[in-house]
Design a protein around this ligand. Structure first.
Ligand SMILES: C[S@@+](CC[C@H](N)C(=O)[O-])C[C@H]1O[C@@H](n2cnc3c(N)ncnc32)[C@H](O)[C@@H]1O
Length: 401
């Protein structure tokens, strides 16, 4: 998985990022992420970061380290919103966006090896942990075995053997009684490296981690019998990582219990965890969508523009899509448990501030969202309430969310 995703010559990310014409993310790519769905996502995070800055007694420099920043959309949205709406905070931000595979044509996203140290501020990531290479397991005769990759008769195939690391079996063993033979899943051992690099960078402050996944034991529920592998290729979904080698993205659900444990080892404690939907609503997302509706009524916005913007914003909190993602907040070297509005939702942070809107080049995705599920009209077997994930899934019978 490490090779097919990240090898410099043949890996998915390096080859897709070498030319700007074939980006992995976006309408012409293989999948969407929240920052590429609507700039309100970055604006709400900017408001959350400013509150964290205030809670840390407004240091003269507040460093935001974004790990796995991809094409830097979140970075630009946070910085732009801060400059326009939060000038007191904007002058203190040092924003360091890093990626394992920084796009060659985008300024502002730098190589992983340049992580800063002694950071007072926040380490943030969106859909980074699901992109870490994982080990696969299968239960056979009541024992956890590992699934390796072999090459036979010109094809890549699964090959089962003893686990290569005791940690793989150790994570699954407590749930073995409930898992039938043939049950498959994933174990992510890379989280420990990530936690160490977060800890090495952060001196005092917060960690915001946004991704899809579950705490244990939910991750290893008996019904999720074929694991949580998701492969994305041109907005279709499959569970077979041995196809389209180097041409499709491969991910798995994140084990949030392992995230907690690995951060706890580094004295970084969980402050809270909730759905992306609730987190964004707590921060004041509704104020932004109400503002757009109001401006369309006063003709400040065309009907089409307002529908596209509302579709993009709604997609961020869609309970069957991005809204189902989880937001985890952790803290390091902060004694008092300060309330974090994204977690507690006691007041809106939007407070009448301007709403960021899509520009034309960003609106392609929102246009698709606005049109709903066009295939339901063509093929009566496809229900109109099917999610995009179900609609574009090649082997939907196996997939349990
Ligand atoms: C699914 S993309 C998300 C990109 C971006 N955060 C977004 O939301 O649009 C995952 C990103 O993580 C990066 N990545 C994978 N492993 C990484 C690592 N160990 N350190 C930093 N970035 C990594 C990939 O290169 C890719 O850009």
């Amino acid at each position: 998985m490490n090779f097919v995703l990240y090898d410099n010559d043949q890996g998915y990310y390096p080859t897709r990022r070498r030319t700007s014409a074939s980006k992995p993310i976006g309408t012409d790519g293989d999948y969407f992420t929240s920052p590429t769905t609507h700039p309100v996502f970055g604006a709400l995070l900017a408001l959350q970061l400013r509150e964290m800055w205030l809670l840390l007694d407004s240091p003269s420099e507040f460093t935001v380290v974004e790990m796995g920043a991809g094409d830097g959309t979140l970075r630009s949205d946070i910085l732009e919103y801060a400059q326009q709406e939060l000038p007191d905070f904007a002058v203190t931000i040092r924003y360091v966006a890093t990626d394992l595979v920084p796009p060659s044509n985008i300024n502002g996203v730098i190589d992983n090896s340049c992580l800063p140290v002694d950071v007072v501020g926040c380490i943030i990531s969106n859909e980074l942990l699901d992109a870490f290479p994982f080990n696969r397991f299968i239960v056979e005769d009541g024992v956890v075995k590992e699934i390796f990759v072999d090459y036979q008769d010109g094809e890549f195939v699964d090959s089962v053997g003893e686990v290569s690391e005791p940690e793989i079996a150790a994570r699954v063993d407590p749930f073995l009684d409930s898992l039938k033979d043939g049950y498959q899943g994933e174990v992510n051992l890379r989280l420990a490296y990530w936690s160490d690099s977060v800890s090495a960078a952060l001196q005092r402050g917060y960690v915001i981690t946004i991704d899809y996944g579950y705490d244990r034991p939910e991750l290893y529920e008996p019904s999720r019998r074929s694991g949580s592998i998701r492969c994305y290729y041109q907005h279709t979904l499959s569970q077979n990582p041995l196809r389209r080698i180097g041409r499709q993205d491969i991910t798995s659900h994140v084990d949030f219990t392992a995230v907690d444990h690995t951060l706890m080892v580094n004295r970084i404690k969980r402050v809270g965890k909730l759905s992306q939907r609730q987190f964004l609503l707590n921060l004041g997302l509704k104020d932004f969508s109400d503002d757009i509706t109001l401006r369309s009524l006063t003709n400040e916005f065309s009907r089409e523009d307002s529908q596209e913007n509302l579709a993009g914003i709604e997609a961020l909190i869609d309970g069957e899509g991005l809204g189902k993602f989880k937001v985890l907040v952790h803290s390091k070297n902060i004694d008092q448990a300060h309330p974090i509005t994204g977690i507690t939702g006691r007041k809106t942070l939007v407070e009448g501030r301007n709403t960021p809107t899509l520009n034309n080049s960003e609106a392609t995705h929102a246009r698709l969202l606005r049109s709903g599920n066009p295939f339901a009209r063509i093929n009566p077997e496809l229900r109109s309430d099917m999610t995009w994930e179900q609609l574009f899934c090649e082997d939907s019978t196996n997939i349990v969310n």
